[in-house]
Design a binder for this molecule. Structure first.
Ligand SMILES: [Zn+2]
Ligand SMILES: [Zn+2]
Length: 199
């Protein structure tokens, strides 16, 4: 069975493939943090959230991403002053990936909502746990929690491999020389953030 997982934005303009997908290759988590929730609302795609405001995410190595179509539609933003960069498809506003602000700290976190529904569950396996359940919607006390520290411990060996193998320079979202994002990031303005609070 192929371990490649295709993805596409809602309108289909942006499409690509995650290569070598499996529970041993990356981490499937559900994030309930306010920024992940706000992202989907800002992009008008809160329908990707589960009943507790969770986003299903798969974090894996940066060079395992292949973009097949719609490169020119890729856009990115920062929700806050934090470095996390949120990539989305400008054509239809679909959230796609989270990365660090530049390619120096290599990882890619993909929204499972954009991945092939027929294959995603069998390939990424069950979620390891739920992050930031305290920010979730409704009673999240029964959700199996996962700490950010645990996720970081799992991410660390993958990051080292990306650094030492040179894969850090093989992520299509970042310039291979400068490691800067291929699209100019927008940082949400105070007014845009306030609009999310008022909604
Ligand atoms: Zn989050
Ligand atoms: Zn689209």
């Amino acid at each position: 069975m192929s371990s490649d997982l295709t993805f596409a934005c809602r309108c289909g303009s942006v499409s690509g493939t995650l290569l070598d997908v499996g529970p041993g290759q990356g981490d499937h988590v559900i994030c309930h943090c306010t920024d992940c929730q706000d992202l989907t609302r800002h992009l008008d795609h809160a329908d990707v959230l589960d009943a507790h405001g969770g986003s299903a995410l798969y974090q894996s190595r940066c060079a395992r991403l292949r973009l097949d179509t719609g490169l020119e539609q890729l856009a990115c933003l920062h929700m806050t002053d934090k470095p996390t960069l949120r990539w989305y498809a400008a054509c239809c506003g679909m959230p796609l990936f989270n990365t660090y602000a530049n390619g120096k700290l290599p990882y890619i976190t993909t929204q499972l909502a954009v991945c092939d529904p027929a294959k995603r569950e069998s390939l990424v396996g069950p979620p390891l746990g739920h992050l930031f359940t305290e920010d979730g919607i409704g009673d999240t006390s029964a959700l199996p929690k996962m700490s950010m520290a645990k996720l970081m411990r799992r991410f660390f060996p993958r990051m080292l491999r990306d650094l030492f193998s040179g894969d850090r320079r093989r992520c299509p979202l970042f310039d291979s020389e400068t490691l800067q994002p291929i699209a100019t990031p927008h940082r949400l303005t105070a007014e845009e953030r306030q609009a999310l609070r008022d909604a």
